[in-house]
Design a protein around this ligand. Structure first.
Ligand code: PMP
Length: 361
């Protein structure tokens, strides 16, 4: 199995330029004679990378001084527990929107820590559509509302966000962070595992509104407290230095692509290319998500019969189009077209799908 095209859902493709840059300085970072993995996280050289990455996140997202940017361990999954540990305080309830596997896990984990309320669910549509977010049943005793902006498995994405008023809005952006321009001001807490749009696995980005830090109980372990991580500028303990270094390079690459505006426009074109193939196939292919909630990051689809679908997957693999088998929860196919997947690579996939239909239709 040799990769010609990488459509993996995560860890996913990284920009070639970034890999080349990392390779060039792998053994001797900035001519120091040692790699970034081999020097102290308290050294000036490492700190410069660390703080620069935080600053780049601020700039790319247009964050005001009201927010702190954190680098955390434990993947996005740890955030399913850390969010309620930090914010779901005594006498409050946390509201969850259930729109697929990941939001279901987040909701389930929070239930182990405190009271949760299901505010909306996409279960009825088999998670093929985002539930209506415009009329969430909010109340004054809510610690926060938790949402996932892009459900990686089902391939559905929020194209607008709810106004939760005084109730803090928490969002998991693991699979679409920096994929399009987003106004951060409605959010009190954003988190994202790095391994889709930002770098290798091992670091999770969190963006937290400073005012929320004050309410975090002292009783939770320091390593799990956002306040402690913020106080130490994400150097409370040894951070995942290589992952953060890679995130730094990816962020600079995003800047070179025209920032989130430039990236967003290209991502739209890439997604349109593939969805057009599905929609113009006369039923040979079918997109799994409802049209108004289709994701620009994870294109989920199927072929009109299982035998053809298996043949398609085999031929794709033979041609080096890899990572297209759908998640075990959703089945079928999924093309993950994260920031580093180029328009040309999406074009190659769309041409392949059209050719396959011609030979098998
Ligand atoms: N949230 C979303 C939206 C995801 O796509 C994933 C992983 N694919 C996770 C959370 C879990 O991430 P991790 O493996 O980093 O814990």
């Amino acid at each position: 199995m040799v990769y010609r095209y990488n459509f993996n859902a995560g860890p996913g493709a990284l920009p070639k330029e970034v890999l080349e840059e990392a390779q060039a300085e792998l053994q001797s970072f900035q001519g120091m004679g040692a790699s970034i993995m081999e020097i102290s996280h308290r050294s000036k050289a490492y700190e410069a990378i660390h703080f620069e990455a935080q600053q780049l996140i601020r700039e790319l997202m247009g964050l005001s001084q009201d927010y702190e940017v954190l680098f955390l361990h434990g993947g996005a999954s740890l955030q399913f527990s850390m969010v309620p540990l930090n914010f779901l305080t005594e006498g409050k309830a946390a509201g969850y929107v259930h729109c697929g596997t990941w939001s279901g896990k987040a909701w389930q984990e929070a239930g182990k820590i405190g009271e949760t309320r299901l505010l909306a669910s996409g279960m009825e549509t088999g998670f093929k559509q985002m539930p209506d977010l415009s009329r969430l049943p909010l109340s004054g005793d809510m610690a926060y509302v938790h949402l996932i902006s892009n459900e990686t498995i089902g391939g559905i994405q929020c194209h607008s966000f709810p106004d939760t008023g005084e109730v803090p809005l928490v969002v998991d952006m693991s699979s679409d962070i920096f994929s399009r321009p987003i106004d951060a001001t409605p959010f009190s807490f954003i988190y994202a595992g790095a391994q889709k749009n930002l770098g290798p696995a091992g670091v999770t980005i969190a963006i937290v509104r400073r005012s929320l830090l004050e309410c975090i109980p002292d009783t939770i372990p320091d390593i799990l407290s956002y306040r402690i991580h913020a106080k130490h500028r994400s150097l409370y303990n040894t951070p995942p230095v290589f992952s953060i270094y890679m995130v730094n390079l990816v962020l600079k690459w995003i800047v070179k692509q025209g920032g989130v505006q430039g990236i967003g426009a290209r991502n739209r074109q890439k997604a349109d290319l593939l969805y057009n193939v599905l929609d113009n196939s006369g039923g040979f292919y079918e997109g799994l998500a409802y049209k108004d909630n289709r994701s620009i990051m994870n294109v989920t689809f199927r072929a009109h019969n299982p035998e053809i679908e298996n043949r398609l997957l085999d031929e794709l693999e033979q041609e080096g189009f890899l990572g297209l088998k759908g998640h075990r929860d959703a089945g079928h196919l999924r093309a993950s077209i994260y920031n580093a997947v180029t328009y040309e690579q999406c074009k190659a996939l769309s041409d392949f799908l059209i050719g396959f239909q011609r030979s098998n239709g």
